[in-house]
Design a protein around this ligand. Structure first.
Ligand code: OFO
Length: 178
């Protein structure tokens, strides 16, 4: 059992994770429009990751006997200046998500909610990886500059990224992982 205030805050995090998925879906579409199929793949894999983040919260709230309440989803931007712009925006967004996870952790600590603290630890670790990935991409894209050949080489590399998280939640997140 978790407190209602904690459940409300976790429901708001579902919305933020769903927005993350929506943002990366939009970046995938824009990459496809530019002919960068590898970038489109990278962002679509990221979309699946974000849906998984949202569903883990969904399942946790239910397992704790609270109600999942889904809010309105804001529309993401549909155009971007360049691949570098997409990754700069991705990093800024992930830093915002990191702060929101840290705020949730602070709330759980204040409430002496040990179950939620342990649950949120996974997200704390995940955010380190997400920001690191984005920083790596920004470094590479800055090195590439306006070298089209190097950009296409990176695009080819990004086409190899595979989805490693569950994508079918019809039997729940735990059922999908098993
Ligand atoms: Fe990108 O980690 Fe969730 O939002």
């Amino acid at each position: 059992m978790i407190k209602l205030e904690m459940a409300q805050a976790l429901n708001e995090q579902i919305n933020r994770e769903m927005y993350s998925a929506y943002l990366y879906m939009s970046m995938s579409a824009y990459s496809g429009k530019l002919g960068l199929k590898g970038f489109a793949n990278w962002f679509m894999v990221q979309y699946h990751e974000e849906m998984y983040h949202a569903m883990k919260l969904y399942e946790y709230i239910q397992r704790q006997g609270e109600e999942v309440i889904l809010g309105t989803l804001e529309g993401p931007p549909s155009t971007f200046e360049s691949p570098l712009d997409m990754f700069n925006q991705t990093l800024t967004h992930e830093q915002y998500i990191t702060k929101s996870i840290n705020d949730l952790m602070d709330m759980a600590i204040k409430m002496k909610d040990h179950g939620t603290q342990i649950f949120l630890e996974w997200y704390v670790v995940e955010q380190i990886e997400e920001e690191e990935n984005d920083n790596d991409m920004i470094l590479q894209l800055n090195l590439i500059g306006d070298n089209a050949h190097a950009l296409l080489m990176l695009d080819r590399e990004l086409s190899g990224r595979m989805t490693t998280v569950p994508v079918d939640f019809s039997k729940g997140v735990e059922g999908a992982v098993a």
